[in-house]
Design a protein around this ligand. Structure first.
Ligand code: G3I
Length: 364
């Protein structure tokens, strides 16, 4: 009789700390592998930090990574400032650790990112006199050629090094303007090349590694004016024969935004261009709400991803545990600081059931 009572209490969610003890950091047992849950829908990926200055989740959370994910993205270690900190001096060693681990464990790797206005050293943009070309009132053809050569040689060196190991690249990141106009006006790339830099980058990337899937990656391109501008710009480039294979919708969302129908409309519009869709940097800010509400949102988002898994082929969480997130105060991820599954994790174990039902089914 007592066992039934205990089971009922567990089913009601009372005294469930025995399932995962957040204080003692006991790694949760009997938690289904998300990698297996989603194997027939899309790659479920995670961003990891590898280098010494950050949370080093690649090392500290390796068992979570191996159990739950089938794709890796380096959170910072494959960006231009990490790959080529000084002209001609490449630094592949840190990212190689992740890429070699992925190869050994049959994980996919998304390369993030080749061309971005952020985390790109100034040397890319300096003329022979050391002046920043994009800040000059007059930009000469010689200036443009100098920067174009640097852009193309960066793409060539990095993609050659990772050819066959990185299957998809965020070739250009966050080039569309959040405000007026099409392109981000303060981007050095735009200020030097106008709207040609994306074509230069994608054509070079395809020439260097014809087998790599080439993505345009950005945030807030699933709603409103920025979605419309992005669809229009990608269509313009595709119509000009520029080799763009997919769009990365970053997915930095919250409990209250965006509307799920807006995301679905974006999926339909990008797919209509013939593009593959990756959700590349997903996290869901809790915004002062409850973990239960956050779990419901994760469930809603993953139901949509499964519905459109014919064109959504990868979903990447932007981090392993809340405390390692760039938005740590918003506790936006699936696992807590003790690497324990949150309601958000249980919510996506089976999106046809509630998180409590899923958790109860796997109670120890
Ligand atoms: O490299 C320095 C290190 O030398 C120094 O000791 C340390 C001091 O804190 O800072 C290190 O650089 C930090 C870097 O992360 C590596 O940890 C930067 O200060 C910090 O600003 C940088 O933040 C990253 C941010 O991109 C930079 O824009 C976040 O971790 C990363 O999650 C975030 O990711 C971006 C995507 O690449 C593109 N989409 C938006 C997303 C969120 O901003």
């Amino acid at each position: 009789m007592a066992n039934i009572a205990l089971l009922l209490l567990l089913m009601l969610g009372v005294g469930c700390s025995s399932i995962y003890d957040r204080d003692r950091g006991v790694v949760a047992t009997n938690t289904p592998s998300l990698r297996e849950v989603y194997t027939d829908y899309f790659h479920l990926g995670v961003a990891v930090s590898i280098a010494s200055w950050s949370a080093q989740t690649f090392d500290a959370h390796q068992h979570l990574v191996e159990k739950h994910f089938s794709s890796l993205t380096a959170e910072n270690e494959m960006k231009p400032d990490a790959m080529q900190p000084r002209s001609g001096q490449f630094s592949f060693g840190v990212a190689d650790r992740m890429v070699n681990f992925a190869a050994k464990n049959s994980l996919k790797v998304r390369g993030h990112t080749l061309v971005w206005h952020n985390q790109t050293p100034d040397w890319f943009f300096k003329d022979s006199a050391g002046r920043l070309i994009h800040e000059k009132t007059e930009i000469s053809g010689e200036d443009r050629q100098l920067v174009k050569e640097r852009l193309e040689s960066h793409i060539e060196a990095v993609m050659t090094h990772y050819a066959g190991k990185v299957y998809a690249w965020d070739v250009v990141n966050e080039a569309i303007s959040d405000g007026g106009g099409v392109h981000r006006p303060n981007s050095p790339w735009y200020r030097i090349f106008g709207d040609e830099f994306m074509e230069i980058a994608f054509r070079k990337a395809h020439e260097v590694d014809p087998n790599a899937k080439l993505f345009y990656n950005d945030y807030n391109i699933e709603t409103g004016l920025k979605r419309d501008k992005t669809v229009t710009e990608l269509k313009r480039l595709l119509d000009a024969g520029v080799p763009i294979h997919g769009v990365g919708i970053q997915g930095h969302w919250g409990v209250t935004y965006p509307n799920i129908r807006e995301i679905e409309q974006a999926v339909v519009e990008y797919a209509a261009l013939g593009l593959e869709i990756h959700i590349t940097e997903m996290d869901v800010e809790i915004q002062g709400s409850s973990e239960e509400r956050q779990a419901e949102r994760y469930r809603e988002f993953f139901r949509l991803f499964k519905k459109h898994s014919d064109v959504i082929t990868s979903v990447t969480l932007w981090g392993t545990t809340d405390d390692s997130s760039w938005k740590r105060n918003e506790k936006p991820l699936l696992f807590d600081k003790n690497q324990q599954p949150k309601p958000a994790y249980w919510a996506i174990v089976d999106t046809e059931k509630t998180w409590r039902q899923n958790r109860a089914e796997y109670a120890d």
